[in-house]
Design a protein around this ligand. Structure first.
Ligand code: XMP
Length: 515
């Protein structure tokens, strides 16, 4: 294992993912983690992340100086390197010229950490401070025009520092450097594989759950579906999946999902038809956040009622992922048992969120995984590709794609229009070209003409989006004939729609969803 001590960099999580790409397990821990705790964890290497501070600022975050005596190789990245230098007796000062963006790395020592990194390789820099004097025993491995100490090492003690960010994609050769650190300097073995994870997770779930019953709220997304498959392999019929149909899913999706899980994979799924209840909650509601709140509340009510009816259950399975664990290191440990009990869920959580006082014990086998790792696990336990690679779909579903009040009639219109969008995209093999692709129904009406008739009906907005992570996004430059076909089909086939418009707003300033 490689431990990343986090000094507040936006890239700490990315470093962990890069390490795992080399099939070595990695964890992000707070910078304050004691040397004793680290000794007990026995990692093969430690990485000190970047951070927003200057090491010489009063109150700047420091790691325990005892870390230097653990006999474990350390790689400092940006702030991490400056801290290493400062704590070991060197000097860090405000740089004459700050360096942001790409810089060419001139390699002075092509062995060791920089093996297989090309001279003049582009590296991503982001610093206002620089190392001006190295501690005793350190050497320079590489420099750039503005940064004399761009990569440094104390070979005998296994201490390394880089001023640039090898983890970001713009750093060419950054991965080679990470591999050198992980394999050659820390002597890690590539044991973090999907197969090894699945085996261990199944063993752990069996040991934890014994012969008790486990409940899982299935949403049809990749996390809860992977979890269902994994748990089914581990404990078979002791698992009950509850699928609450709130009536806001896409056309045919609830039916297909339940059929797939029940009939094809023989997983115990309880289908709860709660469409009327959720729709009743939408009457007269126009505010998007009020919609989310009401849907979330109703979800909890239905979940509580149904879990009583189907129970008792001892455990609740949750598709918590590693980024959630890093983000919410509070609320979740019972001081008596040390078990995670309360559930802190972001408002964006797919199933709508469960409250803190549900008093189930939790099973969270995916809590050490990143999203891309979940997909690999999903594939390896037999989840069909259509779920593994499904576009993100918001928990409140079509309810936040019908602007203002949601009614049964509008749901039908949007479902049909949205279905046409998906059909056309799938038929052309374009599904994976998009981050999301969907239709939105506007509450206004406009005039049109069909045959000899004047129409006065709703417009549909087409939202085709490309994105890496949903945080920023761009509208997709698609062929006109795709737009044309979708527009013609929707206007001709969906009653109540007489116009289709294409949304050409990126995020920011727009959001992906319209509500
Ligand atoms: P926005 O619209 O904020 O969306 O650009 C970013 C991503 O989050 C999804 N999204 C939601 N997911 N519950 C969810 O589970 C929600 O209330 C919700 N709102 C937006 C959206 O589909 C996109 O992938």
């Amino acid at each position: 294992m490689i431990v990343i001590l986090d000094f507040g960099s936006q890239y700490s999580e990315l470093i962990a993912r890069r390490i795992r790409e080399t099939q070595v397990y990695s964890e992000v821990l707070p910078y304050r983690t004691s040397a004793e705790h680290l000794r007990n964890l026995n990692p093969k290497g430690i990485i000190l992340s970047g951070g927003p501070n200057s090491v010489y600022d009063p109150g700047a975050p420091h790691c325990s100086p005892e870390i230097w005596d653990l006999g474990i190789p350390v790689l400092g990245v940006c702030y991490g390197m400056q801290l290493m230098v400062q704590q070991l007796g060197g000097q860090v000062e405000r740089a004459e010229r700050a360096e942001y963006g790409k810089a060419a790395l001139t390699i002075d020592d092509p062995t060791d950490l920089l093996t297989n990194v090309e001279d003049q390789a582009t590296m991503w820099m982001s610093h206002g401070d620089s190392v001006t004097q190295l501690p005793e025993g350190f050497e320079i491995l590489a420099h750039t025009t503005n940064t004399p100490c761009a990569a440094v090492a104390h070979h005998d003690r296994g201490f390394y520092g880089v001023q640039f960010h090898p983890e970001v994609v713009h750093s060419i050769g950054g991965m080679a450097m990470i591999r050198n650190f992980v394999y050659h300097i820390c002597e890690c073995e590539p044991t973090w594989t999907t197969e090894a994870f699945v085996e261990e997770a199944i063993r752990e779930v069996r040991a934890r759950v014994g012969d008790k019953r486990v409940l899982l709220a299935l949403s049809g997304g990749v996390d809860s579906s992977t979890l269902a498959f994994l748990l089914h392999q581990a404990i078979g019929d002791q698992l009950t999946c509850m699928f609450i149909d709130q009536g806001f899913m896409r056309k045919y999706e609830p039916e297909r999902l339940v059929k797939l899980f029940k009939e094809q994979f023989h997983i115990n799924v309880e289908y709860i038809n709660a469409r009327d209840r959720f729709l009743a909650q939408m009457t007269g509601v126009t505010d998007p956040e009020e919609k989310r709140k009401r849907i979330g509340r109703e979800f909890i009510r239905v979940f509580e009622e149904e879990s009583k009816r189907l129970g008792p259950f001892d455990y609740l399975a949750q598709g918590t992922l590693y980024p959630d664990v890093i983000e919410s290191a509070d609320t979740n440990v019972d001081p008596k048992t040390g078990e995670r009990v309360a559930v802190k869920i972001k408002s964006h959580h797919n199933v709508g969120g469960l409250p803190d006082d549900l008093c189930f014990k939790l099973v969270e086998p995916l809590r050490r995984l990143f999203k891309d790792e979940v997909r690999k696990v999903g594939r390896s336990v037999g989840l069909p590709e259509e779920i593994v690679n499904r576009h993100p779909f918001p928990g409140p579903g079509l309810a936040i794609r019908i602007l203002e009040e949601v009614t049964a009639e509008k749901l039908n219109i949007l479902r049909d229009a949205d279905y046409i969008v998906r059909q056309e995209i799938n038929q052309r093999g374009l599904y994976h070209d998009f981050w999301q692709a969907f239709a939105v129904l506007l509450p206004v009406r406009s005039v049109g003409v069909m045959g000899d008739q004047r129409t006065y009906a709703h417009p549909i907005v087409l939202r085709l989006i490309s994105s890496e992570d949903g945080m920023t996004a761009d509208w997709s430059r698609v062929p006109y004939d795709l737009l044309e076909t979708i527009s013609n089909r929707i206007v001709n086939e969906v009653e109540g729609v007489n116009r289709v418009v294409y949304d050409i707003t990126s995020k920011p300033p727009g959001t992906i969803e319209w509500e």
